[in-house]
Design a protein. Structure first.
Length: 202
């Protein structure tokens, strides 16, 4: 059994609440509740979100204000700490560096690989830079190419690639549809059960 393991975790929905759902509630814009659990095409989803922000005159500071009020899911910090005592863990997310910093602080500064926003001087979010195509799957394959075994966990459509490419992969607090469409994947709702499955896979 390889000792060279890296656990690759999704961020939103797994360790912290969905940022856009929280912002939807704070801003009173119900359309912004849509996430990668609903829309498999991330580029389409982000272009649509930025259009809504522009329409309502909302910028980066508005979103960051909401993010500052978000806490990790109960038990997430302890789960992550327990993983990092046993093995390496990295968070692979489609979020953005400008969004993630306060959340990483609350999680004890784990390693995060994500994307970056393009922001105008007046704070308008004008675009975004995706690190690489299919960034979660690409990162898992890159880690494997330098000798690591990966174990992956997520909740959305954009996590399925990295989950299926890994030696072990799990769904966590996913939707009924994603779970039903992927009956061969173990699905968990509690951190203790997920931790036990990951430890077993190590």
């Amino acid at each position: 059994m390889s000792e060279l393991n890296i656990v690759c975790l999704d961020l939103e929905g797994v360790l912290v609440p969905e940022i856009w759902i929280a912002f939807s509630e704070a801003s009173g814009i119900p359309e912004l509740r849509r996430t990668t659990r609903d829309e498999p095409d991330y580029d389409k989803l982000m272009r649509w979100r930025l259009g809504i922000l522009k329409e309502h005159g909302l910028g980066l500071k508005d979103v960051q204000r909401t993010i500052g009020t978000i806490d990790p899911l109960p038990g997430a910090r302890e789960f992550l700490d327990a993983l990092r005592e046993r093995t390496q863990a990295v968070i692979l997310s489609d979020t953005f560096t400008q969004f993630a910093k306060p959340l990483m602080e609350k999680l004890g500064w784990p390693t995060l690989l994500c994307n970056a926003l393009e922001v105008a001087p007046d704070g308008e979010i004008t675009g975004y830079r995706i690190r690489t195509e299919q960034s979660k799957l690409s990162t898992v394959k890159a880690l494997q190419s330098v000798g690591f075994d990966t174990i992956a966990c997520g909740d959305s459509y954009n996590d399925l690639g990295m989950i299926r490419a890994s030696k072990a992969g799990f769904l966590f607090r996913s939707t009924e549809k994603i779970i039903a469409d992927n009956p061969d994947l173990q699905a968990f709702t509690e951190f203790d059960d997920l931790k036990a499955a990951i430890f077993k896979a190590l």
